[in-house]
Write a protein that binds this ligand. Structure first.
Ligand code: NAP
Length: 484
């Protein structure tokens, strides 16, 4: 599996720096002429030399057209192809030409120097099915097909995978999906049968969804993925903000397990389950907005999932997909290290969304008296009726004396909207425990205010870690069964 750094820096010095700084995580580089028009033969020679010194096996030269996602240029099409031809030199291993471009001079020069042609197909609107025929045709002509498309739904992702299955006999091909829905293909190129994945250094990304070489290798261990890798993941919409890949992948690496945990952006759970079967995904975490809807889609769930009405973990068993809820135990874990979980204590739960269900259920089970407040009163009232607890309107005066525990379950104050405090007017008395479920940022405005008032505080990372560890136990047992 080749990890290719797209050189996006605007000066030659910075390009050479990017190769040097990232050489331990890459096998290939792509020189994008559209991103730096001042390239001449001596610049290219110094980049090729740096690649050789870094033992990189592949050097791709491309000049992406604007319509294919490249940077706008003043050059005519003939001038663009002329420049490509002039700059082809020994040390460059591949030249990228778009499908439909006729460039005999570039192709002749490439053949003369022994440079292979990558023929790229770009589609920013979706994933057209006719790509299969084009990939087959390109490969039959002795060129390397490269498909870069922009899936914008689970349906598109399913179609992308269909194309990769229909062309699975073509081993030398590059397939990647851009954007959030396509992100999995960048970090798990094996799932698309792609021989290469692109990444970029610094602030400028070569294409939507590219991540740094370091993250690609240190989080997703791309160079180690192979046909035996067992895949797990997380589904959500959006999902790329999730910290779960860092946690699970570090545990898989520590356990020397050939398993990788991948973020999947999903807008249709039924389609994702089909995809998961096709890709061999063996288990996944579930996040916003799928924790409720997934319950109807899996084959079986544990009793707690039925009682809470929320499922955050799914594994593949011999009897189909099985759903459970590790948020419940994960939420309680830091509280069990205090003496708050005794009957008769009063808890205020701020929020009435998905995770609030688990929190209210867990606190009721522990014997606490619970009051819910929420921005939308009707949701607070609905949840309170469902679990037999109290609720109060956000607009009423909340007594500070009443509560020994306050749990903040809303997403208000989460990155990037860190200035929001969901309970602005509330005055902490200082003796209560304040538990914030948001984990990014680590310390919200709400939690800081509680700490300043002298409260004992618990941040969202504690629950995140505890619930993820419980999921990891389930994923590990599936992995071990697979490995037997
Ligand atoms: P959700 O189902 O979308 O619920 C969102 C809740 O936040 C609702 O109560 C909503 O109120 C409220 N809300 C949203 N924006 C608000 C604003 N500007 N002001 C006041 N209230 C606002 O989401 P969820 O699944 O419950 O997750 C909520 C948070 O918990 C997220 O930040 C998530 O990352 C975090 N979480 C953390 C962990 C962990 O392990 N630490 C686990 C699960 C979730 P309305 O009803 O009025 O819309």
């Amino acid at each position: 599996m080749l990890r290719c750094l797209t050189l996006t820096a605007d000066s030659d010095t910075n390009k050479l720096r990017d190769i040097r700084d990232n050489s331990q995580w890459i096998d290939a580089i792509e020189i994008r002429l559209d991103l730096c028009l001042q390239q001449n033969k001596s610049c290219i020679a110094s980049i090729v030399d740096a690649a050789r010194k870094a033992s990189l096996s592949v050097v791709i030269l491309s000049f992406r057209r604007e319509e294919d996602g490249g940077k706008k240029t003043e050059l005519s099409e003939a001038e663009r192809l002329d420049l490509l031809e002039q700059l082809l030199c020994p040390g460059i291993t591949h030249v990228d030409l778009e499908w439909g471009v006729t460039a005999p001079a570039v192709e002749e020069r490439a053949a003369e120097v022994g440079i292979k042609v990558i023929r790229s197909l770009h589609d920013f609107q979706g994933v057209p099915a006719y790509m299969t025929e084009l990939i087959v045709e390109i490969a039959a002509g002795g060129e390397i097909p490269k498909l870069a498309c922009y899936p914008s739904s689970s349906q598109d992702v399913l179609e992308l995978i269909q194309i990769t299955r229909e062309t699975s006999h073509i081993k030398k091909k590059i397939v990647l999906g851009m954007g959030g829905f396509g992100f999995f293909s960048r970090v798990a190129p094996q799932l698309c049968g792609s021989m290469l994945t692109f990444c970029s250094a610094g602030v400028r990304s070569g294409a939507p969804g590219q991540i740094s070489p370091r993250e690609l290798e240190e989080v997703y261990r791309v160079s180690e993925q192979n046909s035996h890798t067992v895949y797990f993941g997380i589904i959500g919409n959006p999902v790329l903000h999730s910290k779960s890949p860092q946690l699970h992948n570090s545990w898989f690496a520590e356990g020397r397990m050939n398993a990788i945990y991948v973020p999947f952006q999903v807008d249709d759970i039924g389609l994702f389950l089909r995809l998961a079967e096709q890709l061999g995904v063996r288990g996944f975490s579930v996040t916003i907005p799928h924790k409720q809807k997934i319950i109807q889609q899996v084959d079986r769930v544990e009793d707690a999932v039925q009682s809470i009405g929320s499922c955050n973990t799914v594994i593949r068993t011999s009897e189909g997909w099985f759903g459970s809820n590790t948020d419940y135990e994960g939420f309680l874990a830091p509280l069990k290290r205090t003496d708050i979980l005794s009957a008769g204590n009063h808890a205020l739960v701020v929020g009435a969304g998905g995770v609030a269900r688990t929190v209210v259920y867990a606190l009721v089970q522990a014997g606490l008296s619970v009051t819910i407040v929420n921005r939308t009163d009707e949701k607070a009232a609905g949840l309170a009726v469902e679990f037999g607890v109290n609720w109060q309107s956000m607009h009423s005066r909340l007594s500070t004396r009443k509560f020994e525990l306050i749990v903040q379950t809303t997403s208000a104050g989460m990155e990037p909207n860190t200035e929001i405090d969901p309970l602005t007017g509330y005055k902490f008395k200082g003796s209560e425990i304040v538990y914030e479920l948001i984990y990014a940022p680590e310390r919200t405005r709400f939690l800081s205010r509680a700490a300043d008032a002298g409260c004992r505080t618990i941040g969202g990372r504690e629950m995140l870690h505890a619930q993820a560890l419980l999921q990891f136990e389930q994923f590990s047992s599936v992995y071990n069964l697979e490995a037997e």
